[in-house]
Design a protein around this ligand. Sequence first.
Ligand SMILES: [Zn+2]
Length: 342
Amino acid sequence: MKALAFNEHGGIDKLRYQDVPDPDIGPDDVLVRVRACALNHLDLFVREGLPGFKLPLPFWSGCDIAGDVAQVGAAVKGVAVGDRVAVNPNLHCGRCEFCTNGEQSLCVSYGILGEHTQGGLAECVRVAADKVLRLPEHVKYEDAAAFILVNMTAWRMLVTQARLRAGEDLLIIGVGGGVSSTAVQIGKLCGARVWVTSSSDDKLARARELGADECVNHAREDWAKAVWERTAKRGVDVVLENVGASTWKGSIRALAKGGRLVTCGGTSGPICETDVRQVFWKQVSIIGSTMSNNAEFHDVMTQLFRGRLRAIVDSVMPLTDGALAQRRLAEGKQFGKIVLIP
Ligand SMILES: [Zn+2]
């Protein structure tokens, strides 16, 4: 089969649309013919190489997959050839204390399909049969693929971890990325007043279309100060962070007393400075979050199927243009998800 692979780690120039071996499936697996695979920052990190993280080469990533079941393993029940499916990318042991408690993304050997194993930037992918979820007829492959990973992540962050409630203020830092843009609609679904920041008026306008109430352009004003003043020096109840180093101090400053900061990443750098006085005096919580458990995956996919949340698609491109697509993501030009079609 064909895949958008790399034979050594490095820049976008290492990507090749090339022949790779067809995946073999085990008795509990299915083979999915990929119809759409969305890009994530993970695809860039995996290609560039993560310290201490060895991958078999050639490798191809791709965590956000929708497609058709093309083959089923001998022991598989309840999944049939031809089923239209979305893929839950969680890889977990099923036996550790966290898996036993239903917290798969805390698994001691947690991994992500397409990061720890070869993924969906290919014509076919091997998936454990219990990780495919049948798609209703009205849901398009590209919408399903665009939806999965960022919504698992943002749903767990806001609903489970930060316990966002109706009437609260939610501040989303750097709207435009996949998690932060879909967090706007999840925030509205929870009944919050949603604040967003960006340096781009275009992205702020897109966020407003998704329901954002208050927009701050951080190229023109000190956003933390603006939020502080526009909330009558109260601050916001919840901050959703995935920018890290360059915004962290402002994010803590923007929190109300008793507020919660929830983070799933640090795209501008991982080492952040915290004034501990602000943490204890305001009694704020700093909460980490990664992906979601399997129950949250089902809950959030149901919101897509019922039309209460929608996929935010920046662009759809052929897999053969995968290098161009990765460049667009790396340069932060997108709003929402870039989807590749094999
Ligand atoms: Zn486990």
